[in-house]
Each structure stands twice: as C-alpha cells, then as structure tokens.
Design a protein around this ligand. Structure first.
Ligand SMILES: C[S@@+](CC[C@H](N)C(=O)[O-])C[C@H]1O[C@@H](n2cnc3c(N)ncnc32)[C@H](O)[C@@H]1O
Length: 230
C-alpha cells in the first residue's frame, strides 16, 4: 500500500458543491490567484478564483482526481495541464510560476511523527518558494488545528502506524502559528491570514462522518494564508 493508492480510493466528489466556505474561498481569492499558476494536490474541484490564471497546472497523486477535474468558477485562460505526480517532485524550473496553491494539502503530508511531518511540509513550502517568481504568491488553505485537537496529535505516532496497517494515511494538522513558522523556515517572511467560520455540515474525507459545524469550529479553524516571495 502506498500513499498514492490511498488517495486514489477517495471519492472525486469529496464535499459536493455549493458549500459556503468554498464560495467564500472563491470570493476571497479573486485578487490573489493570477498569472502562471501551479496547484499542488489540486484534487478534483478547484474552488478558488481562476479567471485571472493564465497557464494553470494541477498536480495530484490521484489520476482519478485529475480525470474528474472541474473549476468552480470561470476556468483559467489556457486549457488546464494535469500532472499525476507527487508534490515533492514538481518537474519545473525555478521561478516558473506567479502563483502556487496548496489547498487542504499540507495536513495530508503528515507521516509517522510531528518531526517527520514538519520536515515534509517545510520541504513542499520551500519547493513552492523556489518555483515562484519574485513577487509571486503561495496560497494555502488549511484546517488549522485548535487546542481540542491536542490529544489526537499527542498519540499521532502510534495511531498513524496502526491506521497504516489498514491502508489509511492519517492527517497531521497544524496550528496557525506552526504553519506560519514553517512558512518562514521555507523562506517566506510576509503573510496575510483569513479565517472562515464553518456554518454547515462537512463530510470528513477520512472518516466519512459529517460533523456539526459547532464541533468542526471547536476543533479547527478553516484558514487561508497568502505568502509573498520577495
Ligand atoms: C483534501 S484533498 C484537497 C483537494 C483540493 N486541493 C481541494 O481543495 O479540494 C487533498 C489532495 O491532495 C492529494 N495529495 C495528497 N498527497 C499528495 C502528494 N504527496 N502529492 C500530490 N498530491 C497529493 C490527494 O490525492 C488529494 O486529492
């Protein structure tokens, strides 16, 4: 079993459509995503604003996700390019993009321990930094963890190994503070943050359970981070 196979089993219609936080992401990203754009872990639904994207390249481990790719709004100006590959190995020259997106990807890079997970996230953030042109932006969407999720993360190393035996790759979530610290380590020194309250039931892609918004908001903050490469 590989990470690749695990994500290939996911439904390509993860959250359905018309979810409010997705509409909010669409509106808030209108002034952010522009020019040549790379989406790491693009999945099957692109909710951010793509009308100002020129070239758009989506990378995902899952070919099924790429085959069912749909844009929530006006698509990019050029036909989308799709690459079935790991975000750790993007086949591009340095400074190839004006925008890089990592939408709900980073928590899926978790493996084995906080230290290992952190190393993987910093590696991908540093790769995004390298691929951006000066003035380019990295757009991150994450379910930033809150204090109530501490117990899960305390036992993550043991849980991760157990679930892996059942072919499940458990996610490792980060606090906003940790996300910003990792971004700085990767070379970004400037950040904008927006947090979006969840007002509807959202199905968790790992458990398949739709938690009430009250619980979701107690556990996590839906967070957008915009980082600029200087
Ligand atoms: C929660 S989904 C998010 C999809 C999409 N970005 C969105 O916002 O709806 C995470 C996606 O990351 C992909 N993924 C996980 N690990 C990856 C990796 N190492 N490289 C590329 N894609 C990866 C999965 O296949 C999945 O489609």
């Amino acid at each position: 079993m590989t990470t690749h196979n695990y994500f290939a089993r996911w439904s390509t219609d993860l959250y359905g459509s018309g979810i409010e936080f997705q509409r909010t992401i669409h509106v808030l990203t209108a002034g952010i995503v522009r020019g040549d754009t790379l989406d790491l872990g693009c999945g099957s639904r692109v909710h951010y604003y793509t009308a100002n994207a020129q070239r758009w390249v989506g990378m995902d481990l899952s070919q099924a996700m790429l085959d069912d790719l749909r844009f929530f709004g006006q698509p990019p100006r050029q036909p989308p390019e799709k690459i079935a590959a790991s975000c750790f190995e993007p086949p591009f020259e340095d400074q190839s993009f004006d925008t890089v997106c990592a939408m709900f990807l980073l928590h899926h890079l978790g493996q084995y321990s906080a230290r290992c997970s952190r190393r993987r996230v910093v590696q991908v953030l540093a790769t995004a930094h390298r691929l951006l042109r000066p003035g380019g932006r990295l757009l991150i969407a994450e379910s930033a963890r809150r204090a109530l999720e501490l117990p899960y993360h305390a036992v993550f190393p043991a849980l991760y190994r157990i679930f892996r035996l059942a072919d499940i790759e458990l996610p490792y979530f980060w606090t906003l503070r940790q996300l910003l610290a990792m971004s700085r380590t990767a070379g970004f020194d400037d950040s904008l943050v927006a947090q979006i309250p969840i007002r509807e039931r959202i199905v968790n892609p790992v458990s398949g359970i739709a938690l009430p918004p009250l619980i979701t908001n107690l556990l996590q903050h839906m967070t957008l981070i915009v980082l600029t490469k200087h």
